[in-house]
Design a protein around this ligand. Sequence first.
Ligand code: SAM
Ligand code: DTB
Ligand code: SF4
Length: 327
Amino acid sequence: MQLASPLTQAAPSTPATLRRWALDEVLALYDMPLMDLLWQAQGVHRAHFDPNAVQRSSLLSVKTGGCSEDCSYCSQSARYDTDTERERLMPLNEVVAAAQLAKDKGASRFCMGAAWKGPKDSDLDHVLAMVREVKALGMQTCVTLGMLKDGQAEKLKDAGLDYYNHNLDTDKDFYGQVIKTHTHDDRLDTLDQVREAGINVCSGGIIGMGESRKNRAALIVQLANLPKPPESVPINNLVPIPGTPMADNARLDPFEFVRTIAAARITMPASWVRLSAGRQEMSDELQAMCFFAGANSMFYGERLLTTGNPDIERDEALFARLGLKAV
Ligand code: SAM
Ligand code: DTB
Ligand code: SF4
């Protein structure tokens, strides 16, 4: 059995990953009895990965709040009255210190997020310095900066960037109900630029935003049918933020989240599927079920961008109880 190395995380190239998925096929996965779905997902998982290894990324918001966009779930949009204050771009030395701490605690990748529609060239220069210095610590690097203009992806690649995170977030047909200031096609355009520049693609979405099961299945289809599946697929459960239009959204059935992880695993067998936002509200048992369904990556450390994440002691205890190893 060929296991993907956590350091190289080679781009998927097996014939299985070139398969195109139809919406009906993914809906049929969602409709399976849960035990059958879990069994199938775990089989696919074991054929491609060590089932007891979980990759850990730490997040840092290097530019918080004041964003021009209107994403209905987001604490950082300037359009909603949330508790998140607008801050300036963090100084380089503070970013490097946070990355070193994350490495010391056992994260293999450091992901830097900025609340921008996209970076200005002058801002990008500062981010390039962050990428170079974090990379020099011996960590994998990831940034999520919004939409890229021509030439910016190449600069990030030259600085040594390993991953660019840019989520499709939701089904093309539901997108306009969540975000009006940019389009699903804009997101696809940035993903093309990242791929063309030779940077690994990290792209996933959020569930629990009031979308239907069909919308969830369609998001999975849109990710799996990209010209090449993303190397990394974060599946976020909505964290309801007071002050945003989604503050009072009904909580999704947790098994629907597990089904979404399983559908991502089966349709993107060689991708790292990340159990992302929403983990703080999940029991250890639910997280274990997500790992069984094929999640093999997580955010690690007390904070996501503006909200909390399980503390390191809880995660270390969970890894020990489940016999998981960090990669
Ligand atoms: N501004 C950039 C962008 O939109 O791509 C980067 C930062 S943005 C906060 C990164 C991702 O975080 C979003 O695409 C979304 O998937 C996720 N996210 C933001 N707020 C969230 C929330 N309240 N619950 C779950 N996921 C969230
Ligand atoms: C991703 O898919 N989820 C992360 C990361 N990529 C940038 C962000 C989650 C944010 C959750 C809400 C917050 O902390 O503001
Ligand atoms: Fe801005 Fe990104 Fe939040 Fe949308 S998700 S409001 S683009 S920070």
